[in-house]
Write a protein that binds this ligand. Structure first.
Ligand SMILES: [Ca+2]
Length: 309
């Protein structure tokens, strides 16, 4: 049965497509954001956090707290994808400036402490939607394992179904950033919904749809502007991937997506295939893989939601 709404912890690395997903979460009544946490990824932690604060300040009706998370992977230095998302993460036109909102951290209290406290207050009620490197979620499970059974579900945007990559021939960006973290999260036993690189790059839009978004309120105009300088590595110029919004929407029981229960492995060895994912059908698995997407329905949902802005 469809829930009336989902309480979410939104963990991300904005990022153009993260920014689109944030707007969707702000204006879609099916999502009730509890907190936002940031992680290194598309840009460094400092810039990702500034971007998150900027988006909350500019668009959210509620002053959601934003917490700093990890600035590097569990075992490796940070990567970035500035060639995809622009130097400041929001494409070439938008710059997060004059941001007054500050992250909510205080001494020894950051993303994972805040996650722990929200989960303790509302056990089995909150979904963690993680659309950057999975480092914060892994750190939560490692540092506060007692909250594992209080997580209702984890949504991940990671990996590829065909075993091919974007940042390397074998690995998608989020997977490559921190495969050790993904490995910890998928082995936790917590129910997982997962979208891969193929879903976001299947659900790409072009100039005509971009212009339709521009007519969907001020958030829609912002989506139009985000596309300036946003270029997914495996798409052509003028094609814009919708990775993180698909991951967020996959939480809903909609007919936008097809799904299958799967077992999953990720390569954590330091060889050329580091970050490569492999999925095998298993109807008893705790992992639900999104296997297909109806992109027209994604855009329709985006238009409806953005038009509330
Ligand atoms: Ca992301």
């Amino acid at each position: 049965m469809e829930e009336s709404f989902y309480k979410i912890i939104f963990d991300l690395d904005p990022g153009c497509d993260d920014a689109m997903a944030m707007l969707m979460a702000f204006y879609e009544p099916k999502f009730q954001i509890k907190m936002i946490s940031t992680v290194f990824g598309n840009v460094g932690l400092e810039q990702a956090t500034k971007n998150a604060c900027f988006l909350v300040e500019k668009f959210a009706q509620v002053d959601y707290p934003v917490y700093y998370g990890a600035d590097h992977a569990l075992n490796t230095p940070p990567q970035n994808a500035m060639e995809v998302h622009g130097k400041t993460g929001l494409g070439s036109k938008i710059v997060a400036k004059n941001v007054h909102k500050r992250p909510a951290n205080y001494k020894n209290y950051g993303a994972i402490e805040a996650m722990r406290d929200y989960l303790n207050r509302e056990p089995n009620e909150i979904v963690i939607v993680s659309v950057g490197p999975a480092t914060n979620v892994a750190n939560l499970l490692l540092t506060y394992p007692e909250v594992k059974d209080k997580i209702k579900r984890i949504v991940l945007m990671v990996g590829s179904m065909d075993g091919k990559g974007s940042i390397t021939p074998y690995s998608s960006f989020n997977a490559y950033c921190d495969p050790d973290a993904v490995d910890i999260v998928i082995k936790s036993g917590v129910p997982i919904t997962l979208t891969t690189k193929e879903i976001g790059t299947t659900a790409y839009f072009e100039q005509d749809q971009r212009e339709r978004f521009a007519r969907c309120g001020r958030a829609g105009q912002f989506v139009y502007d985000l596309c300036e300088g946003y270029k997914d590595k495996i798409l052509k110029d003028g094609q814009y991937a919708v990775h993180d919004t698909c991951a967020l929407l996959a939480l809903l029981k909609t007919n936008i997506f097809t799904r299958q229960k799967v077992d999953m492995v990720i390569n954590t060895t330091f060889d050329k295939k580091r970050g490569q994912t492999k999925f095998t059908p298993n109807e008893n698995s705790h992992i639900t893989l999104v296997t297909g997407v109806d992109k027209k329905k994604v855009f329709k949902r985006m238009e409806e939601t953005l038009s509330r802005s």
